[in-house]
Design a binder for this molecule. Structure first.
Ligand code: PEP
Ligand code: MN
Length: 357
């Protein structure tokens, strides 16, 4: 898909090595916003983020201060000379933000999944060139995410970015929202020109995990980060467990290593070429082996059909999973990986067994 989205460097926002948006989950008071922003914002800050209208999963929790908070954002911009941004969920929010000259908008995860809401927001943005970031929808549905980006693009916007903030899952084992990297990577493959940020705060839900996710995003060539920072996270009215103090934020930023796509060391180039050659050879074997395996699946399908035997053989499938997982372990492959891999292989084998010539 060729969209003529402007590169982040042409958005008119501060951009150092990486784009860093930071700020409190929510604006709680003018003083809280200004004090927090003064403690971390400087000429390296892409924009100060702060929620004014908060989409909370359940009613009754803090739902934001509303429109009056926009004035506080404007005050922060004036005092610190740093752009400011907030989340919009409907055209009224957009109109208020445009009236206050807010510099950046983003569409939250709960809104991206609703094409009616996104279209209404896109319509209200027609004729402006304000930068808008689109967070991924709550569910891992890449088309909903791309669809929201297209709606903004069709409305004439050229400064459109994406934010990976993880996906909701029923089991919240480690992360609040699971970082399903293959989805932003696929989005970037389909729309290579789109700037992609990662929001490790909403992925992690706990401040201790933020560094490793932020570093992983940089390792995967994300263009920047959006991080929640609060002057006193323990007193925050929303997302208290995942916000960093300004000191923790600086410590985190200074530990991160920015990666490049290509290097200039000859030694590196030679070694990586050798390793890639090995990988190419192994992949060729893998493809050949998978082809053979599927051919045999086809023969088994034929045999089962002639004998009125069901394609799915639950005991055999159970045996395959168990034995492959323990064989995989001997080669350092995680059970989870082997399980998922064989689920895909099994699904394709079933499809091949169902085929009749
Ligand atoms: C937020 O940025 O504070 C927020 C509500 O994020 P999300 O839409 O990713 O849940
Ligand atoms: Mn938040």
């Amino acid at each position: 898909m060729k969209l003529s989205i402007l590169p982040l460097s042409e958005w008119g926002l501060p951009l150092k090595k990486k784009f860093i948006a930071a700020g409190p989950c929510s604006t709680e008071s003018e003083e809280q916003l200004l004090e927090t922003a003064k403690a971390f914002a400087d000429d390296r800050t892409g924009f100060i983020r702060a929620g004014i209208w908060k989409p909370r999963t359940r009613p009754g929790s803090f739902e934001g201060v509303g429109e009056k908070g926009l004035k506080w954002l404007v005050r922060a911009r004036e005092e610190l000379n740093v752009p400011v941004g907030t989340e919009v969920a409907n055209p009224d929010h957009v109109v208020s933000c445009l009236k206050h000259n807010i510099d950046v908008l983003w569409i939250g995860a709960r809104t991206t999944g609703n094409p009616f809401a996104v279209q209404a927001i896109a319509d209200s943005l027609k004729g402006t060139d304000i930068p808008v970031f689109v967070k991924n929808p709550i569910s891992p549905d890449i088309d909903l995410w791309i669809g929201a980006i297209q709606r903004l693009y069709n409305a004439g916007l050229k400064k459109i970015g994406a934010i990976h903030r993880g996906f909701s899952t029923s089991k919240k084992v480690l992360y609040r929202n699971s970082p399903n990297w293959k989805i932003p990577i696929e989005l970037k493959r389909q729309i290579p020109e789109i700037p992609m940020l990662c929001d490790p705060s909403h992925i992690c839900g706990k401040r201790e995990l933020i560094f490793s996710i932020a570093q992983e995003a940089l390792d995967l060539l994300f263009d920047g980060l959006m991080i929640e920072v609060h002057r006193d996270p323990s007193a925050a009215l929303s997302d208290s467990g995942q916000q960093l103090t300004p000191d923790q934020f600086f410590a985190l930023i200074s530990r991160l290593t920015v990666k490049r796509e290509t290097g200039d060391s000859r030694e590196f180039d030679i070694r990586i070429k050798e390793l890639r050659h090995e990988v190419d050879n192994l992949d060729e074997h893998l493809i050949k082996l998978l082809g053979k395996r599927m051919e045999i699946a086809g023969k088994m399908g034929e045999l089962k059909r002639r004998n009125d035997i069901s394609i799915l053989q639950p005991h055999r499938w159970e045996q395959i999973i168990e034995s492959r997982m323990s064989e995989g372990e001997a080669y350092g492959l995680s059970g989870d990986f082997v399980f998922q891999l064989f689920q895909i292989i099994h699904e394709e084998a079933i499809r091949r067994q169902e085929e009749q010539d």
